[in-house]
Write a protein that binds this ligand. Structure first.
Ligand SMILES: NC(=O)c1ccc[n+]([C@@H]2O[C@H](COP(=O)([O-])OP(=O)(O)OC[C@H]3O[C@@H](n4cnc5c(N)ncnc54)[C@H](OP(=O)(O)O)[C@@H]3O)[C@@H](O)[C@H]2O)c1
Length: 332
């Protein structure tokens, strides 16, 4: 596995996202299956696991803690606060809250669920626009001083917000959606990360399954699958997007890899400060994804790939209007 620098940590260029072991794409798999994936990942040399208080309202962190706590010295543990489940009269609701007291509470809850004394990389999951970024990052800096967190990351922030945050405390990583069909970070955030010495962690690197050639019929998605609310996965837009796949699969064949591996290899090819965190509920898919680190792409193929799939050739926005309001899109 290629190794990449993330703050003080050296992590695999392909690490594991743990969201869909407990949340997001329909009914989560049974805990035993999640355990098998996590242990297989550890066994295969995965050195960073990415979770969040939000995922399954704590269920992902609980799973990671239960399965991996006894192997804690072998990997970099990343989690996120600032978005979490809050109990209301109508059940648990997802709330963005970046106030210092909320972040302190989130962090304590995460440490307990993860069964650890310290989180290596703690992200602000979304910038809470009601709270100055300096205040949220200041509170996270206090968590570093208290020894509860080793380093700080941000998720889905613009370059100007990253710079403001970095002036308060060094930012080790920015985690944002990045894949062939979502190119927003290319406008400014990738460069800002490089300049500031922060790693760029690409989430949903497989376009939430689209680039794996694994999802063909969106009408079959579970009622709770979060892709149902994403314009790119609407039946009309998805049908248009599927038309890109035959040429994409031909490029994968030319590169000597699978469609999923091509998506990941492209990300690693883009810059040495990028780390990809695909998510999977399958041990076979996990092994396939990790092997993408060995795929080499030549410039000609990359150019054809980028012409084929980019945000102008894809139908539909990545997020609904509501989700879009929650990300810091002012200047990427
Ligand atoms: N910071 C944020 O706001 C944010 C938001 C979203 C995600 N994330 C992070 O990013 C991680 C990954 O993102 P993601 O799960 O949204 O999207 P993703 O990695 O782009 O795609 C995951 C989907 O691809 C499928 N898949 C994976 N490998 C495959 C393979 N080799 N062949 C066929 N299908 C394959 C998975 O299905 P199977 O289970 O069947 O393999 C799953 O449906 C998350 O786990 C989370 O840690 C962060």
């Amino acid at each position: 596995m290629q190794i990449r620098q993330l703050g003080a940590f050296q992590v695999g260029a392909i690490s594991l996202g743990c969201m869909n072991l407990s949340h997001a794409y329909g009914k989560p798999p049974p805990a035993e299956q999640g355990e098998r994936v996590l242990l297989a990942a550890l066994d295969a040399g995965v050195t960073m696991f990415d979770t969040a208080a939000l995922y399954g309202f704590g269920a992902s962190e609980t799973l990671v803690g239960n399965v991996l706590a006894k192997h804690r010295s072998q990997f970099t543990l990343a989690s996120k606060g600032g978005v979490a489940g809050v109990q209301t009269e109508d059940g648990i609701k997802r709330v963005i809250d970046g106030r210092p007291e909320a972040l302190r509470r989130n962090c304590e809850d995460s440490l307990r669920r993860l069964r650890t004394d310290v989180i290596d990389l703690y992200y602000l999951h979304r910038w809470d626009k009601k709270v100055p970024i300096e205040d949220s990052v200041g509170a996270m800096s206090d968590l570093v001083s208290a020894g509860k967190v080793r380093s700080i990351g941000l998720s889905e922030v613009s370059a100007p917000t990253l710079r403001k945050a970095h002036a308060v405390h060094p930012i080790s990583a920015v985690q944002t959606e990045y894949s062939l069909w979502t190119r927003n970070p290319e406008i400014a955030v990738l460069d800002a990360c490089r300049e500031l010495g922060a790693a760029f962690v690409a989430f949903s690197p497989l376009a939430r399954g689209f680039l794996c050639d694994a999802l063909h019929d969106v009408s079959q998605l579970d009622a709770k699958d979060i892709r149902r609310a994403m314009p790119r996965f609407s039946p009309e837009n998805y049908a248009a997007n599927l038309k890109l796949l035959p040429a994409y699969k031909a490029l994968a064949e030319e590169a000597g890899c699978t469609p999923a591996q091509l998506a990941l290899a492209w990300l690693l090819h883009k810059a040495p400060h990028i780390v990809a965190i695909p998510g999977t509920t399958s041990v076979a898919h996990l092994k396939e994804d990790l092997a993408a680190a060995d795929v080499r792409l030549d410039a000609g193929l990359v150019a054809r790939l980028e012409t084929l799939i980019n945000d102008r050739t894809v139908a539909g926005n990545r997020y609904s209007d509501q989700s879009n309001r929650e990300v810091d899109t002012e200047v990427f």
